[in-house]
Every structure is written in C-alpha cells, then in structure tokens.
Ligand binder design. Structure first.
Ligand SMILES: Cc1cc2nc3c(=O)[nH]c(=O)nc-3n(C[C@H](O)[C@H](O)[C@H](O)COP(=O)(O)OP(=O)(O)OC[C@H]3O[C@@H](n4cnc5c(N)ncnc54)[C@H](O)[C@@H]3O)c2cc1C
Length: 540
C-alpha cells in the first residue's frame, strides 16, 4: 500500500503528513475517506482495532436514501418535498432544517457517486415502506438501498484486516433462505479451506468490503491498531493527530482536516451515566471499541455534545404531566419543546424547573416510561435506582415524589372523569395529527387519552434537557463540528454516530443510521476537497 507523504522535523524525527485523517473505519469514515481520495486528497484512515469495519460490518447494511437513483430508474420519482414533509412531521421539534436539507439534497448524489465512481454497488429496497405510513409524505417504497453482495476475494490482501465474518447473517429466516445459504455454505467451506474465511459478503459486511476495496483503489492508507488519542491544534485549526500504535505514539500532520467517525459512545459508561442517569443495565450491540473517543476528541478542541432530546412516551394514552402542586400544565402529547416551554412558564420563579410524568404500571409495561423500556425489559433496576418512583395509591406516589398530595388526587380524579369518554377538555389531547401520531392507533375513541386507573402508579421526573438519545457532536450541514457559539471549528468534521443524529432521536424509517452516515461522510469528503455545488441532478 502506498504510504502517506513523509517529511522530517527539525529533530530529525519522521513526521507523516496527509490531507485528511479519518478516525474510524465504519460506513461514515470510509465514505468520507473514499470521497476525499477520489477528489485527489491524500487520506489516512486510522482504526483503533486490528480489524476494520466497526459496527457497520455487523449491521443489516440498509441505508435510507430518499430519491436514490435505483428508485428513480425503477420509475419511483418523487420531489424532495415528500421526504422533507415526512421528516418535518415525524421529527417535530427535533427537525433541524439546515441539516435535513443537506442530507436530502446529498443522499441521491452520494448513491450515484459511489455506484459510478467506486467499487460500491447497490441493490434497491424499493418495496420497503417508511415507519409511519399515515404521516404526510411517508414513502411506500423507493427510499432504501443496500450494498450488493461482494466477493471478498476481490479485496486481495485487505481481507487479512477486513471485517469480522462472524456476522454471517440470515441463515435461519426461511426454508428458502436456508437452501440458499446451504448452497452458499458449501462454497463458504471451500473458501474457508483455501482462505481460512468465507468469501461471499452481504449486508454490512458487503458495504464495508466494497468501501475498503474502493479505498484501496484510491490509495487510501488504512492503519489498524492505531487509535486517535489526541488532536493537535495550530494556526487556529485542527492540524494533526496523535495515534497510539504498537511502536508508541506517532504524530500525523493534517493539511485539510480530521473526520471523527469512531462510532459514538455506546460503550462509554461514564457518558452514558451522565446522559441516562439510571442506565445501569444498558446493553448494546455496537462494537466494544465504540467508547466515545470521537466525542472526547471533539470536546478537547471546543466541540459541543448535543445531548439530544428525551423520547419519553408523553403522547401515549394514560400518562399526564404535573408540577409539584399536582396540577397539569399542557397538552402532554405536543412536542418536547412545547412541553418544556409550558412547564417553565407555569413554574413560579425560584422553584425547581421540573415536572413529573405520572402513569399506571400497566402503561409502563405497555409503552415504557422514559428510558425504562416496556415488558419484557425489567423495570426493577430503574425503580431501585430511584429513576422511577412507585406508589400503590396516588397519595403514596405524590408523597414519594414530593408532589402536593391533595392537588394530585384532584387532578387525577378530574382527568379520569373525562378520559373514560376519551376526552381531555382541559388541554385537548388528541386534537392534532402530531398528537394522534404519538398516540396508540389501537385505542379508541381517542388514541391519546386513557384513564390512570387502576394502580399501582409510576412517576418519572422531567428536567429540561437532562438526558437524551442519539447524542453526538453538534455539526452543521457540511458535517463541520461546531463550537459553543455555533461556529465551525476549522479542520474538524464528524459523521456517523459521532455526529448528533440528524433524526433527533426518532425512527422514521429503517436505515436511518447508515443512510445519514454514508451521506454526511460523503458531504465531509467533498467539503474537505473544496467541492461546492452538485450537478443539478444525480446522473442515473
Ligand atoms: C445488528 C445491527 C444491525 C444494524 N442494522 C442497521 C441497518 O440495517 N441500517 C442502519 O441504518 N443501521 C443499522 N445498525 C446501526 C448501524 O450499524 C450503526 O449506526 C453504524 O454502523 C455506525 O456507523 P459509524 O460509521 O458511525 O461507526 P462504526 O461502524 O461503529 O465504526 C466506528 C469505528 O471507529 C473505531 N474507533 C473507535 N475509537 C477510535 C479511535 N479513537 N480512533 C480510531 N478508530 C476508533 C471503532 O473501532 C470502529 O471500527 C445496525 C446495528 C447493529 C448492531
């Protein structure tokens, strides 16, 4: 493999230099690396582990990419307004127009670029629907792609460091799949005998395999067992990194910029505790090396972590929000922003800015409560930690939460009186399409209203912005990491799970991680290369 440019320091030590240093080797990292290298930049990919591919290699590999060329070739043509409208409705207050615009504009170009200029080929997901079919702009197909299967022999020597094949998928799904796999498996055994591993890659493995082949074709330097441990600043920008290698720490000078794509923080217990206070039992399927390095590196030069927004099921039937006086203060099914604004307006100056969401145990079992997921996930750890308070009666619950007892009893009695008829005269829950979307379509006559009865009762405290999901570094539409003032930090980009999710904690469709990861990697690569405008339409 071709080496990066090397120069000598005044002390005579060898100092490696490149245009772009990418931390990580999952979808986001390799997308950025391949794009930047295609545009003529000298790129180094530094991966912490001895193998490449990250969680991406273990994944299903689906990418949500509305208006992609494969759909268009199949005659599924839609205006950008359709997915835009859909996301506007589903994301509600988490809709960040500039980043969504950037994503929706770039996604079709990203797919076209990779299929035309690199070893990445796609298959369509033209029959896959978006999650919320009754929302304006929802797609009934044509918004997803997946990497086409890839013969790993085409990876040449790269296979030694390539993705872990333990993620051999889909074997037991159906008899047909089994027959297909049995056929593949005989080939696989042959490959294992010859190459000591299987050669037909699918899903996330195919995506990583094809991206690695593309990276190698463009002379991207791939370094394994080389975590980025520090960023170097100079001249008002990020101008280098320090890698921890088996030979010790080495410094790499970076002329254009560093892309952080280290897979987020699923294995960073400290940050998880900070953002999810009662998250003792957290389990994740992400690779163990995703320990939040990218976020720490970003913060070390002024980057900000966007904690995301709570996705508490406030809109489901059978939950109310109350203040410490026991009284409701808003339509709980409205957006998070509305909930918090109404709460702050209703709390007298000098009192703690907090409210409580109250529901029955049956509600928690069915819908979850805050970060305590529904049955069969055990709720006891959340009760033990104090995150969820419980009471056999409303009075007992009020006493444990420090809520005015008589006030809460009156509120619940009044709410229940009308809720039995599916009504909420006080705040009109269920009166808007957004409310109804957040509700339970199977519940009549009002999908957002049900009585709190019978007990026992549960409560969780809501503090503005105290925890979130999909957290990551704040970025702009060009994937540049933003500082406290919202200004891009020169020479620093983030993509994939290191970047605060553009979906803001919502799940509008399958593939909403990898679609944006690939797209913002592509955006970062182009921005680093100084590529500005797209051609008006991606070539089909
Ligand atoms: C079973 C499963 C199925 C999934 N299916 C889908 C799907 O079909 N569609 C979808 O959209 N999402 C899916 N996901 C989620 C998706 O896989 C991830 O969100 C995505 O792969 C994250 O990509 P990434 O590029 O951000 O990070 P990763 O792919 O995790 O790559 C990060 C890499 O950075 C490396 N790293 C960590 N620290 C450092 C450091 N300091 N220096 C250098 N390197 C470092 C890690 O070792 C890792 O290799 C699935 C997840 C799982 C577990």
């Amino acid at each position: 493999m071709k080496r990066a440019l090397a120069s000598s320091t005044s002390e005579g030590q060898s100092r490696t230099e490149c245009d772009v240093l990418v931390a990580g080797s999952g979808a986001a990292a390799l997308s950025a690396a391949v794009t930047a290298a295609f545009h003529g930049l000298k790129v180094i990919v530094a991966e912490k582990e001895p193998v490449l591919g990250g969680t991406t290699a273990w994944s299903g590999g689906w990418m949500w990419t509305p208006r992609n060329p494969l759909a268009q070739r199949a005659g599924i043509v839609e205006d950008v307004e359709a997915p835009l409208n859909y996301l506007r409705h589903v994301l509600g207050n988490n809709f960040s127009k500039s980043r969504i615009d950037a994503f929706l504009e770039a996604a079709p170009h990203m797919v076209a670029f990779f299929e035309q200029k690199t070893a990445l080929r796609f298959e369509d997901g033209n029959r896959i629907c978006d999650t919320y079919g009754n929302v304006p702009g929802a797609g009934t197909g044509g918004r997803s792609v997946i990497a086409a299967p890839f013969d790993a022999r085409l990876m040449g020597n790269l296979i030694q460091a390539g993705p872990d094949l333990s993620a051999f998928m889909n074997i037991t799904r159906s008899p047909r799949a089994f027959a297909h796999v049995a056929h593949r498996f005989s080939r696989h055994l042959f490959d294992v005998a010859i190459h000591r591993r299987g050669m037909q890659l699918r899903n996330g493995l195919a995506l990583v395999g094809r991206l690695l082949r593309s990276a190698a074709d463009l002379n991207v330097e791939l370094r394994t067992s080389s975590p980025v441990v520090r960023l170097i600043e100079g001249g008002g920008r990020v101008c280098g990194v320090v890698l921890a290698t088996e030979e010790g720490e080495i410094e790499i000078g970076v002329r254009r910029g560093v892309v952080l794509a280290t897979g987020g923080f699923p294995h960073d217990p400290k940050r998880r505790r900070e953002l999810f206070p009662a998250d003792e039992e957290h389990r994740t399927l992400a690779v163990p090396s995703a320990t939040g390095d990218g976020l720490r590196l970003g913060e070390s030069v002024g980057g900000q972590v966007d904690a995301g927004l709570a996705s508490i099921e406030r809109g489901k039937p059978g939950i109310i929000g109350v203040l410490s006086n026991g009284q409701r203060f808003c339509n709980e099914g409205n957006g998070y922003h509305d909930y918090v604004t109404s709460m702050l307006d209703a709390i007298p100056r000098g009192q703690e800015a907090a409210s409580w969401l109250i529901c029955t145990r049956a509600f928690q079992r069915r819908y979850g409560l805050g970060i305590a997921r529904p049955t069969p996930i055990p709720v006891e750890p959340y009760i033990r930690s104090g995150y969820i308070k419980t009471g056999r009666t409303i009075a007992e619950l009020a006493q444990k939460c420090g809520i005015d007892c008589r006030g809460l009893e009156r509120t619940v009695a009044d709410y229940n009186l009308h809720a039995r008829q599916g009504e909420d005269p006080a705040f009109g829950r269920g009166s808007t399409p957004y409310n109804r979307l957040q509700g339970d379509a199977g519940r009549g006559p009002n999908p957002c209203v049900a009585p709190l009865d019978p007990g026992p009762f549960f409560a969780v405290k809501v503090i503005p912005g105290s925890f979130g999901t999909f957290a990551g570094l704040k970025t702009d539409g060009s994937a540049r990491v933003l500082d406290e003032a919202g200004v891009p930090i020169p020479g620093l980009y983030a993509a994939g799970t290191d970047m605060a999710s553009v979906m803001g904690g919502h799940y509008p469709a399958g593939g909403i991680n990898l679609g944006p990861a690939m797209t913002f990697g592509y955006i970062a690569g182009r921005h680093l290369a100084g590529e500005a405008d797209y051609e008006t339409r991606p070539a089909l």
